[in-house]
Design a binder for this molecule. Structure first.
Ligand code: GRF
Length: 226
């Protein structure tokens, strides 16, 4: 049976779109039962409605406290029948009330290689720092920001010619690959969490298979003799 999931967004929803596409292609055995946005008019709501997915806007400014907001979100996802939560550009921190209701059932994607550059501007902060390699991280959500156990990470080079925008775009293209994959693993019940360590049931991955033909990502490329 497909896993019923709720996707929480605040903006464009390109990751939501990537997940919808993989569900429709049959690569993810899940059903999106609700897309909830913290921001009215978020484009992700339009994407969802276009595919016949129920949507809600639950805006924090309509609530007196974070706890009340969390409760409203929790009521909405529970009423929709969600059994797991996917944060896709959701620009709010979920409080303990919400997080404890879905232990190891909430995924988030962050546009940097955690634990580096946690926070709202991960991609921009990594570019400003001058890193040579950046990337993205899918992790389980716990009660600290950008902190829960890591499910999958992917790296991209940061080139001299990059601006914050071009680097973020390169990272985003990878997000659209690793996030649907992580959701597929969750839906298939293959993610095993042991403390901070997440392993993939049924996988015994040799190093050479991690990125075929490029087991190690080194940027800039090393010169002859090194
Ligand atoms: C992504 O970069 C994601 O990593 C971050 O917010 C952005 C959301 O983009 N959490 P989109 O709304 O999925 O297009």
């Amino acid at each position: 049976m497909p896993l019923p999931i709720a996707v929480l967004i605040s903006g464009s929803g390109s990751n939501l779109q990537a997940i919808i596409d993989r569900i429709e292609s049959g690569a993810i055995e899940a059903k999106i039962v609700l897309v909830a946005s913290s921001a009215p008019g978020a484009f992700g709501l339009t994407r969802a409605a276009g595919r016949g997915i129920p949507t809600r806007t639950i805006a924090p400014e309509h609530f007196c406290s974070r706890d009340e907001y969390d409760q409203a979100l929790l009521d909405a996802v529970t009423a929709a029948g969600a059994r797991a939560i996917v944060l896709a550009g959701f620009m709010r921190i979920l409080g303990p009330r919400f997080v404890r209701a879905f232990p190891q059932r909430i995924l988030n994607i962050h546009p940097a290689l955690l634990p580096s550059f946690a926070g709202t501007h991960g991609a921009r902060d990594a570019a400003a720092y001058g890193v040579k390699i950046s990337g993205c991280t899918v992790h389980f959500v716990d009660e600290e920001m950008d902190h829960g156990p890591v499910v999958v990470q992917a790296a991209v080079p940061a080139l001299d010619a990059d601006t914050a925008e071009t680097l973020a775009a390169r990272v985003l293209a990878l997000e659209h690959r690793i996030y649907p994959q992580a959701v597929a693993w969750l839906a298939a019940g293959r993610l095993c969490v042991n403390g901070r360590k997440v392993t993939l049931a049924g996988a015994d991955t040799p190093l050479a298979a991690v990125e075929p033909g490029a087991a190690y990502l080194v940027n800039p490329p090393l010169e002859q003799g090194f």
